[in-house]
Design a protein around this ligand. Structure first.
Ligand SMILES: NC(=O)c1ccc[n+]([C@@H]2O[C@H](COP(=O)([O-])OP(=O)(O)OC[C@H]3O[C@@H](n4cnc5c(N)ncnc54)[C@H](O)[C@@H]3O)[C@@H](O)[C@H]2O)c1
Ligand SMILES: O=c1ccn([C@@H]2O[C@H](COP(=O)(O)OP(=O)(O)O[C@H]3O[C@H](CO)[C@H](O)[C@H](O)[C@H]3O)[C@@H](O)[C@H]2O)c(=O)[nH]1
Length: 340
C-alpha cells in the first residue's frame, strides 16, 4: 500500500501518542498538531514534525495540510472528562463539537481523502447488559457523549457531500501503556479506574474508591471492557489502511475485546500485579455511571486484520504500572532540576 503523511491531532496526549508510535512502527510518516492543553511535548518523538496550535485555527491547519501533503487525519484532540462536561457543557460542545467541525471543514477544503475520529462507547448511554453493536441505538447520556455523537453526525453528512471517507472508532475503556514504556497515561487528576488504583499503589493517593456495590452485576460493581491502548492504536492503523483500500467506504466500529471485568475483579488483578493489597474504600454510586459496557467487536474483526495482542488484564495493569513508575521518576528528576 502506498503510504502518505498522516496528521495526528492530539498526538501529545495519551491515546494520540500511542497512535504516533503505531503508525511509525508500520512505516507511516506522521505529523502532530496539539495545543498542549492536556498533552506533553515530550510525548512526541523528536523526529516527528510538531505544530503547537489549535485544531480550529483554520489558517494554521491549512498550512500544515499543504506543507506536509497530508493524506489522512486522525483526530484525537478533545476534552475527555465526563463530570466536567456535566458542569461545563459548553467547553465540550466547543472543543469537541465546534472545533472538530472546523477541523473537518479544513480537511474537506484541502481535499484530504481520509478522516478517522475518536468516539466513545459512552454514546450508547444506559445500555442493556449485553455486548453493544454499532447497530444498537445511540443514547448519549451526558454532554461529553453528546459532543462526540454530534461530531459523528457532522462527519457522516460531510462525507456524503464531499470526496472524503471516514472511520468513527468507538473506544471502550482504554488502559495500559506502550509495552516498551515509550509512552503512557501522563495527565494529572485522572478519574480512570486502573490509573487511579496504580497511583494509590505507588502512594500518590491514599486509596481507591469503589463506586457502587449495588449494580445488577455478578458482584454488584460496574463491569467494563478494558482495552490495551496499544491494541487501540493498532486498530487506528488498520482503519486507515481499510479507508485507503476502499475510498468509497465509510466505517463506524467498536474497539474493545468483548470481555468484561468488574471493579472488584480489576482491583484484585491490581493487587496481584503490584504484589500487595491496594487500600480500597467502598462508596456509593458515582453520578452518570452505567452498570455495564461491553463491546461487540465483530465488525472490527471482520473488516480489518486487527487481532487483540495485549488482551490480558494483568498485562494491561503491568504495562500501566511500568509507565506509572517511569513517570514518577521523570517527575522527581524534573523537580530536582527545578530546585537545583
Ligand atoms: N481515554 C479514554 O478512555 C477515551 C475513551 C473514549 C474516547 N476517547 C477520546 O480519545 C481522544 C484522546 O483522548 P486521551 O485519553 O488521549 O486524552 P488526552 O487529554 O491525553 O489527549 C487529548 C490531546 O488533545 C490535545 N487537545 C485538546 N484540545 C485541543 C485543541 N482544541 N487543539 C489541539 N489540541 C488539543 C491535548 O493537549 C491532548 O494532547 C479524545 O478525543 C477522547 O475523547 C478517550
Ligand atoms: O476511582 C474509581 C474510578 C472508577 N471506578 C469504577 O470503575 C469503572 C470504570 O470507570 P472509569 O472512570 O475508569 O471509566 P468510565 O467507564 O467511567 O469511562 C471511560 O470509558 C467510557 C467508555 O466505556 C468512555 O469512553 C469514557 O470517556 C471513559 O472515561 C466504573 O464502574 C466506575 O464506577 C471506581 O469504582 N473507582
Amino acid at each position: 500500500m502506498t503510504q502518505f503523511p498522516v496528521l495526528v491531532t492530539g498526538g501529545a496526549g495519551y491515546i494520540g501518542s500511542h497512535a504516533v508510535l503505531a503508525l511509525r512502527d508500520r512505516g507511516w510518516p506522521v505529523v502532530v498538531l496539539d495545543d498542549l492543553s492536556t498533552g506533553f511535548r515530550w510525548a512526541v518523538p523528536d523526529d516527528v514534525p510538531f505544530h503547537h496550535g489549535d485544531v480550529a485555527d483554520g489558517d494554521l491547519v491549512k498550512r500544515i495540510l499543504a506543507e506536509h501533503d497530508i493524506g489522512a487525519i486522525m483526530h484525537f484532540a478533545g476534552s475527555i472528562i465526563v463530570p466536567e462536561s456535566v458542569e461545563n457543557p459548553l467547553k465540550y460542545y466547543d472543543n469537541n463539537t465546534g472545533k472538530s467541525r472546523a477541523m473537518i471543514q479544513s480537511a474537506v477544503e484541502a481535499g484530504v481523502p481520509h478522516f478517522i475520529f475518536s468516539s466513545t462507547a459512552s454514546v450508547y448511554g444506559e445500555a442493556e447488559a449485553k455486548p453493544l453493536s454499532e447497530d444498537d441505538p445511540i443514547q448519549p447520556f451526558n454532554p461529553y457523549a453528546m459532543s462526540k455523537a454530534m461530531t459523528e453526525r457532522v462527519l457522516a453528512d460531510m462525507a456524503k457531500a464531499h470526496p472524503m471517507n471516514y472511520c468513527v472508532l468507538r473506544y471502550f475503556n482504554v488502559a495500559g501503556a506502550d509495552p516498551q514504556a515509550r509512552s503512557g497515561q501522563s495527565g494529572v487528576g485522572s478519574t480512570h479506574l486502573i490509573k487511579v488504583a496504580l497511583e494509590a499503589a505507588l502512594g500518590k493517593r491514599s486509596e481507591v474508591a469503589v463506586f457502587g456495590l449495588d449494580y445488577p452485576t455478578r458482584d454488584g460493581t460496574g463491569i467494563r471492557d478494558y482495552i490495551h491502548v496499544s491494541d487501540l492504536a493498532a486498530a487506528h492503523v488498520h482503519a486507515l489502511e481499510a479507508l485507503a483500500a476502499q475510498p468509497e467506504r465509510n466505517l463506524t466500529m467498536n474497539v474493545g475485546y468483548a470481555k468484561g471485568f468488574s471493579v472488584l475483579e480489576v482491583l484484585d488483578a491490581v493487587d496481584r500485579v503490584v504484589g500487595k493489597p491496594v487500600p480500597r474504600r467502598m462508596e456509593g454510586r458515582r453520578a452518570g455511571d452505567v452498570p455495564a459496557l461491553l463491546a461487540d467487536n465483530t465488525r472490527l474483526l471482520a473488516t480489518t486484520p486487527w487481532q487483540p495482542e495485549h488482551d490480558d488484564l494483568e498485562q494491561i495493569i503491568a504495562d500501566a504500572l511500568r509507565w506509572e513508575t517511569k513517570l514518577q521518576a521523570m517527575r522527581e528528576d524534573e523537580k530536582a532540576r527545578e530546585n537545583a
